[in-house]
Structure formats: structure tokens, C-alpha cells
Ligand binder design. Sequence first.
Ligand SMILES: Cc1ncc(C[n+]2csc(CCOP(=O)(O)OP(=O)(O)O)c2C)c(N)n1
Ligand SMILES: [Mg+2]
Length: 333
Amino acid sequence: MTATGGAEPTPPTRDHARDLLREMLRIRRFEEKAAELYSLGKIRGFLHLYIGEEAVAVGAMRALTVDDAVVATYREHGQALARGIPASSLMAEMYGKANGCSRGRGGSMHVFDVSRRFYGGYAIVAGGLPIAVGLALADKLLGRPRVTACVFGDGAVAEGEFHESLNLAALWTLPVLFLCENNLYAMGTALVRHQAETDLCRKAESYRIPAEAVDGMDVLAVETAARRAAELVRAGNGPCFLEARTYRFRAHSMADPELYRAKDEVEQWKARDPIATFEARLRAWSLLADADLAALEATVAAEIEAAVATAEAGPWEPVEDLLRDVHTEPAPR
Ligand SMILES: Cc1ncc(C[n+]2csc(CCOP(=O)(O)OP(=O)(O)O)c2C)c(N)n1
Ligand SMILES: [Mg+2]
């Protein structure tokens, strides 16, 4: 296993730098607005924010092509936006409106958009892994050189499905990019309290899967590592495992008093904020000035405002349709 990130990278082009920064800002501002709308009762049910982890989704999604697939978790707004699902379609989904990307049936935790090969949004921890393996198996059988990126948290490695999925993907040489967002906690349980082996790459390597850990607070490092892994997978070498070491700045969900982690630990990670550190780097490279940042923020703010307006104006599904796609008629006896 090699750990990457930290070393001074080559500066990106101006356009690329802005693209990465804009995407991270879109996610941050979208999530901040979602938190506000949740307290107003506009968004209901569970809400898991991605604030602090933006570099992982943005870096990883940039390594994929439109033909690749993405399978994520309930903390998936970041991947959804970076994958290209419009903020309006995502926000309407979170409102439960019929113009949402899952027609309002999924909500925050079950974002789905087949047109962008975004196959969830799963509330069950590790539930996405077997789905990703199945998608990759289909691609392999049909001879399609595609990658399925499967995003999951550190909590998922404690599940049987994680081991079954990695084993089959390696055994059958399937094109899966396993992307573990290791934010050190599974709800209130620290990684050291649920894993005998806390080096997650070693788990993947035990299934003969090449594994790499990357600084998940560094968008350029994530992008580089994800591109490298995606190309290996696309070339037909079987799965790869990428562990992005990251941290969520907010509580697990909106209903979490956060009694399990020290405030100074949170502050230390906040000092490594992926957006602030990237902005500082871009300034040092003379790729970002105050006016550029203000313009980016204004564009993002307008997009979020329009997304909320679309969600507000969206229709509710008619009550008579509520059983559609839920129950089938019992077979005649
Ligand atoms: C099979 C299963 N067990 C338990 C839960 C309850 N649960 C919801 S989120 C979560 C923590 C998962 O943590 P992690 O995989 O690290 O993802 P993170 O929330 O940190 O992004 C748990 C245990 C669940 N949803 N599914
Ligand atoms: Mg976690």
C-alpha cells in the first residue's frame, strides 16, 4: 500500500482549477442550504451532510467518463452534484417533489439518476457494494470497457457484504473502483472501536486488490489517485481500492448530539478544510484572485437559489399514485 497526497503537486490549468473549486463550492453551499431547509421543515426524514468531504467526490467524479457508473451511500449529495445531477433535480428530490431525480420517492438517501448512470443512494450500510459488483459483472459480460465507482464509508468494512463483494470482484476480475471514504466514524463509533485491523488497504490487499490511501482533504491528490485507479480498472486488470482519508465537519445526521468526538479534534480537521486549503494553494499559484472567488460564489449562490425555487414550485405526486411501484397485485390462487 502506498499513501499519496501531501507532496506539492503540479499546478492545474486555470480552467481545471476553477472547475474543481466551483464543484466543491457547489456542494458546500448546497449542503448548507439543505441544513437550513431541514430546520424549516422543508426537507424531512434523515439528512446526512457531506460538508468537509467535498474533495473526495469532486476528485473522484472527475476521473470517470459519462459511460461509467456510480453507486453511493445515503451521504451522496456531493457525488450526485459532481456527477452532473442538476442541483434543482436533487433539491426537488430532497423535498420529496415529483420533479425530483427519483420522482420524489427516494429523498435525500436514495438519489438515483439512470441517465447519468447514478445508481443510488443506499440507506443500508454496504448495501451498494453488491449492486456495484453486479453492474460491473454485466459490463464485463457485455464487453463494455466501463468502470463502476462504488463509494462507501469506513463503517461498511465491518459488513459481510464488503468482504463478499471484494472477493467476487477480485475473483472474477470485475471493473470496480472501490472508493472508501474513511472519515474515521461510523455514526458514533470510531474506526478503532469496530475494526481489529484499521489499515483498510490491507483488507483489500488480502483479496489481491491493489490498494492506495490518499489524502481526502486534497482535491488534486484525490483526482490523481482516482484517475490512476480508474485507468487500471478500465484496462481490464480487475478492481482497485482507494481509501480517501477525510472527515465530516458536521454531525452524522441532523439528529446527532456528537458526544463521541472531541471538539478540538473537529477543529484540527477544520483547519484542513479542503476548500480553504485549495483556495490558498490557487492564490499562491496566482490562479485565483478575490474577484474570481466572488464571481464563483455568486454563480453558485444563484444556482442554489434557483434549485430551491424549482423544489418549492415542484408538484407533489398525486395521492392516488402513491401505491404505484410499491405493491403488485397478488397472483391469482
Ligand atoms: C446494515 C446497516 N446497519 C446499520 C445501519 C445504521 N447506520 C446508518 S449510517 C451508519 C454508519 C455508517 O458509517 P460509514 O459507513 O462510516 O459512513 P459515514 O456515515 O461515516 O459516511 C450506521 C451504522 C444501517 N443503515 N445499515
Ligand atoms: Mg464513516
